[in-house]
Design a protein around this ligand. Structure first.
Ligand SMILES: *[C@@H]1O[C@H](CO)[C@@H](O)[C@H](O)[C@H]1NC(C)=O
Ligand SMILES: *[C@@H]1O[C@H](CO)[C@@H](O)[C@H](O)[C@H]1NC(C)=O
Length: 311
């Protein structure tokens, strides 16, 4: 077995220590909270190791309430991950770039909304009068290939050991033997989100930030070293996301190095922000006003090269 409880504890400590170290370096609470959130994940995993079900007693611990609750806690962590990804990835740009601030405020709210969308499924479904039942567990005839879903895993050719309809954390019968999560998934509908919303918010906002190529490359590499790499480490689709969480601590270090290498944290505050306007709009240029009383005009139209068109 190559993943252990001790490794989770070590990663949790490393992640809290980095959050503290980075706080000392940058004084950005969003950035440090973004790092510490993965430490929290490892704390949850470390405790899960103590209650995880294993093949030794035919996965009896899947019936244990503590095991099920710890798995649900892991799921709750999961649905709010995009919030903390937005904290981490945009915090250094927020220091100098007004556009990044506005975007990151918006993405933050969107990710919080998505988190509550997931956790309040039953109220939403009840209010909308739609079916709120679980997806039936996958079967050998109709195997599962998606993350976390319970039932027959079409890659591993085994059925998850959870009690149908209840979550369970267990050691997957694989060579890696990392913790795996089987989590019942609600039927997706117009009102209830698919887990793909997590994928969309985790990578989507950054892959389209064409003015921030470092972020585009970073999320692409994070996808390669996360979901794609873990696919090669283990066949189990219930184990892959748990390993990805495990190596996300390393992915955060990749970000900390990239920030320093490209000096993102040292960039001067943009003196001017210009939007050229689209669809025939008038261009806008915002100019930085110093807070020391020596003020520049906030909106300086003389900076725009096209004067507003008159009709
Ligand atoms: C769950 O497992 C733990 C550890 O084996 C045990 O102490 C506890 O009593 C169990 N809880 C339930 C509700 O079965
Ligand atoms: C599961 O079954 C498929 C199809 O029979 C096979 O290609 C695959 O290698 C099997 N996976 C494992 C882990 O044995």
């Amino acid at each position: 077995m190559c993943f252990t409880q001790g490794m989770s504890v070590t990663l949790a400590v490393a992640s809290f220590a980095s959050a503290w170290y980075e706080w000392r370096s940058f004084r950005s609470w969003q950035y440090s909270a973004g790092i510490a959130y993965w430490g929290l994940e490892e704390v949850i995993q470390a405790v899960q190791h103590s209650y995880a079900a294993s093949a030794d007693d035919d996965y009896a611990m899947c019936k244990n309430r503590t095991n099920q609750m710890l798995t649900d806690m892991g799921a709750a962590h999961l649905v709010f991950q995009p919030v903390f990804v937005s904290f981490t990835l945009l915090s250094m740009y927020r220091k100098h770039d007004i556009e990044a601030r506005i975007l990151s405020d918006f993405i933050f709210k969107l990710c919080v909304l998505a988190g509550f969308w997931f956790v309040s499924y039953s109220w939403i479904c009840a209010a909308m009068g739609v079916d709120q039942s679980l997806l039936p567990p996958a079967t050998e005839d109709c195997p599962n290939y998606q993350y976390l879903y319970e039932g027959y895993d079409g890659f591993l050719n085994k059925t998850t050991p959870n009690q149908p309809g209840s979550a369970c954390v267990y050691y997957a019968p694989t060579e890696t033997g990392h913790l795996a999560w089987a989590i019942p998934i609600y039927k997706q509908s117009y009102y209830f989100p698919s887990p793909s919303v997590h994928f969309f918010l985790f990578f989507g906002p950054y892959i389209i930030m064409f003015k921030k190529p470092m972020l585009q490359v970073y999320v692409f590499l994070a996808w390669l070293t996360g979901p794609i790499l873990t696919k090669y480490l283990t066949a189990s689709v219930n184990e892959q996301p748990a390993i990805w969480c495990f190596n996300s601590v390393a992915q955060i270090s990749m970000y900390a190095i990239a920030v320093r290498y490209f000096g993102i944290h040292k960039k001067p505050i943009l003196a001017e922000f210009r939007h050229p306007g689209t669809y025939g709009e008038q261009p806008m240029t915002y100019v930085l006003r110093k807070d020391d009383g020596d003020t520049l005009p906030l909106l300086d139209l003389s900076k725009s090269d096209e004067s507003p068109k008159r009709c």
